[in-house]
Ligand binder design. Structure first.
Ligand SMILES: [Zn+2]
Length: 403
């Protein structure tokens, strides 16, 4: 059947060439059939297709590029028999194409007569197929777990559902449409999937346009807390994207990370201390420096998240859930990081930042005053502990029986 089809196509291309040829000079042309791709994530991509051409072919190259990427790679195809094209590209160190993105590919043909032609563009989903994922589903979520434990995958699914209502407690926003959650057993595997280098502190990631969330949950005592932190966090990014579409890219980073962080079911216990230390020692990062990027080192990133979370919590406390939603909607229209708050809260970002900092410094000074008093407080506690113990012993003694 396939051969039959190929034969007729070949004949029709040839006839088209003849008809054309009678009027103008014949154009070299070709057609691609059944393009297919086989790959191992981060290792190699093998392309295969059938080709039929009107002229003898000198060379075929297969080019490909990750969606939203600028770097195009290519490999020279070999012609196997009369029609079959094969090309394999070995990816070096993962090839810097992220998992769960779309990869576009096409064929460039050079004919013996020197002319060149390009095929249409095809694409495939480049998933992380290094592992046998355990997959369970309960719409809108599908969990793919590297841990082959159904109860564990179910717990992630439950946390995802619970996470949606946690997000909605802070901001009125619709539940997400389809979301795939990939659960890695460690952060190194996740970082390789995202082709992140040098940011070993990254534990979770999301690709909101594709509705894909990635979390890393290592076995151990922290696993439950990490699940409650990472799963709602990554889902929030997807929910915000699905609510406003492409305007998502206009949301300042401090704000999208801030909303995602306050929605975590188990807040990061280090953030508060990080923030107060930075306030006390005067190394807070101005919010305008957190509009489009966060520091890439672990300490800087930790402080950026702590500030984003605290400032967004402050906005929530001052303007409520509707206030947060209005700010998301306004930022989505693109007024810019510094001007976005003016139309919604009638205050500039700098003014709001000043008010928020006043609150932080107040807490920080209460804390440092407490710290200064702590030695005296300890002496006081020790001095009263002996008489207090005596009183307690006396108090806990059963009352004497009354004859
Ligand atoms: Zn985030």
């Amino acid at each position: 059947m396939r051969k039959f089809h190929l034969f007729f196509t070949l004949v029709s291309i040839a006839i088209a060439g003849v008809i054309h040829g009678s009027v103008v000079k014949a154009q070299s042309s070709f057609e691609i059939f059944n393009p297919s791709v086989n790959y191992l994530f981060g290792d190699y991509i093998a392309f295969e297709a059938s080709i039929i051409a009107t002229e003898p072919i000198q060379e075929v190259t297969i080019s490909f590029r990750g969606e939203n990427q600028t770097e195009t790679r290519y490999t020279t195809a070999t012609l196997d028999g009369e029609f079959l094209l094969n090309g394999v590209y070995e990816l070096d160190q993962g090839g810097s194409i992220q998992a769960f993105t779309k990869v576009m590919f096409w064929f460039d043909v050079t004919f013996d007569n020197g002319s060149t032609r390009k095929s249409p563009i095809y694409n495939f989903n480049y998933d992380d197929n290094r592992f046998d994922w355990l997959t369970i589903e309960d719409p809108p979520f599908t969990v793919h777990s590297q841990h082959l434990d159904r109860d564990f995958a179910q717990a992630v699914l439950d946390t995802a559902h619970f996470g949606v209502s946690s997000v909605q407690d802070y901001i009125p926003i619709q539940a997400p449409l389809d979301v795939d959650i990939y659960v890695y057993a460690n952060s190194a595997d996740l970082q390789f999937a995202m082709q992140l280098t040098g940011q070993t502190w990254i534990a979770g990631h999301s690709n909101p346009e594709l509705g894909v969330a990635l979390v890393s949950l290592m076995p151990g005592p922290e696993q439950g807390y990490e699940m409650e932190r990472q799963v709602p966090h990554e889902i929030t990014h997807i929910m915000i994207y699905q609510a406003i579409g492409d305007g998502y890219t206009n949301i300042p980073l401090w704000f999208s990370e801030g909303i995602a962080s306050i929605a975590e079911l188990y807040p990061n216990p280090d953030y508060r201390q990080n923030l107060l230390n930075a306030a006390e020692n005067d190394y807070l990062i101005p919010l305008v420096e957190l509009c489009t990027a966060f520091p890439t080192d672990a300490a800087g990133a930790g402080l950026a998240y702590a500030e984003a979370t605290s400032f967004t919590r402050y906005l929530h406390q001052e303007f409520g859930p509707a206030g947060l939603r209005n700010l998301v909607d306004n930022y989505a229209t693109g007024p810019g990081c510094e001007n976005g708050t003016q139309a919604v809260y009638e205050s500039s970002l700098t003014q709001l930042e000043r008010q928020w900092l006043a609150q932080i410094f107040e807490e920080s000074s209460i804390m440092s005053a407490f710290k200064e008093l702590l030695p005296w407080f300890s002496v006081f506690l020790i001095s009263i502990s002996a008489p207090l113990t005596l009183i307690l012993i006396k108090w806990r003694q059963p009352p004497e029986e009354d004859y």
